[in-house]
Design a protein around this ligand. Structure first.
Ligand code: PHE
Length: 388
């Protein structure tokens, strides 16, 4: 008995020692990454599925920034490696891939996601392990409210919603709006609310507020109700696949008003899906390639040379998220997650492609938005800039 007990105690102590090591790792293993001669960025995004253009364009922007940095010596004498995973546009996959990036790939920092619902789901994992995450373009306020390791380099939806309400009332002189939102999307639900709030505050009237669920393909029941209200505009704060189908079906049913939306429209696929139905529509976005600023023009030229296409908002936000991350790690005293976090939080007046980025106390960026008009097949022309 006594010897058996000894073994038990020894076993318990041994387990404690192992567990102790495991805990340190869980808190953000720095030994593997710090000892290696690489800095590892983890990326997760929708490379496939109905939002595939979001993930693909963001990835192109990230890779361009990382390759440029590596060509000029990397960071602290180390090259940057990017480990990317496809979350297929699913929240549970986003959680799985971020867990993998942290526990298996031992990344120093995470870039992603685009869609707010997925950033909210997977951001909780990054926060739990205390690994800094920078979302290029998730705009829902809840994303960075997760905790002190979660950042973004874009504006947020209370601003974006107000931008489109102001544009509708001041520029288009509309007073009657219909709203059609995606109940499965934090982004869509939030943006609809913020638009409505500002539109009403400015004296506008919301005549109907209907909803759908992402992955739906038939929107005719709701659109029939919407059409009967004769609104001058229909605000659809959704993602391009559903927005494209909604535009088509709205026109089939005879709706003649102007379609308005947010950054979720930003895809070369929007006009492919919607055809003529979406022409004349307006949406808010993070970036306009026509911007005369030489920084933007230089980026557009480089991007075109590399990928043979004009960058959209997602590509430029992916690029900027990586630039901000690289800048922070250069300034950080070492590459531990805590040091990188602090350096990200201290980002001030950083000149990026989509504007000057200062990370505020809520870990968000405050930047102007542009309004684009759908002018033709894959043609989104610059209309105006609205400042915060
Ligand atoms: N802002 C959107 C969201 O939070 C994502 C998005 C950004 C989509 C930019 C397209 C372009 O869900």
């Amino acid at each position: 008995m006594p010897s058996q007990r000894k073994i038990q105690i020894f076993g318990a102590l041994f387990a404690l020692a192992i567990f102790g090591v495991a805990c340190t790792k869980k808190g953000g293993d720095t030994t593997t990454a710090a000892a290696s001669n690489e800095i590892v960025f983890g990326e997760y995004g929708s490379m496939t599925g109905s939002e595939s253009t979001f993930g693909i364009a963001t990835h192109k922007g990230i890779m361009m920034a990382v390759e440029e940095a590596n060509k000029t010596g990397g960071i602290k004498g180390k090259q940057i490696k990017v480990v990317s995973y496809d979350d297929q546009g699913k929240s549970d996959e986003a959680v799985t891939t971020v867990t993998k990036l942290i526990t298996q790939d031992k990344v120093n920092l995470i870039l992603g996601e685009v869609a707010s619902s997925r950033s909210i789901a997977a951001g909780a994992v990054a926060q739990q392990y205390k690994i800094p995450m920078v979302s290029p373009s998730s705009t829902n306020p809840k994303v960075t409210q997760i905790g002190d390791y979660i950042f973004r380099v874009c504006f947020i939806d209370p601003f974006q919603g107000a931008v489109m309400a102001k544009f509708a009332i001041n520029n288009l002189k509309f007073k009657k709006a219909a709203v059609f939102r995606d109940i499965r999307s934090d982004y869509s639900m939030g943006l609809a609310n913020y638009f409505i709030e500002e539109f009403k505050k400015m004296g506008g009237d919301i005549v109907i507020d209907e909803s759908y669920a992402s992955q739906d393909a038939d929107f005719k029941t709701q659109l029939t109700k919407i059409k009967s209200k004769n609104a001058e505009l229909l605000f659809v704060p959704g993602y391009y696949t559903e927005v494209g189908l909604i535009a088509r079906q709205a026109r089939q049913l005879g709706y003649k008003g102007t379609l308005l939306g947010g950054d979720g429209w930003d895809s070369e696929k929007l006009t492919e899906i919607a055809g003529e139905a979406i022409l004349g529509g307006y949406f808010s976005n993070h970036f306009a390639p026509e911007d005369k600023n030489p920084i933007v023009q230089n980026f557009v030229t480089q991007y075109k040379a590399k990928y043979g296409e004009v960058p959209n908002g997602l590509a430029s936000m992916g690029y900027d998220a990586a630039l901000v991350a690289i800048d922070a790690i250069k300034r950080a005293p070492d590459t531990t997650p805590a040091a990188i976090r602090d350096a990200l939080a201290a980002t001030k007046n950083f000149q990026a492609v989509t504007g000057i980025i200062t990370i505020n106390s809520e870990r968000n960026a405050v930047k102007p938005a542009v309004v684009l008009k759908v002018a033709g097949n894959q043609q989104y022309t610059y209309v105006t800039t609205i400042n915060p």
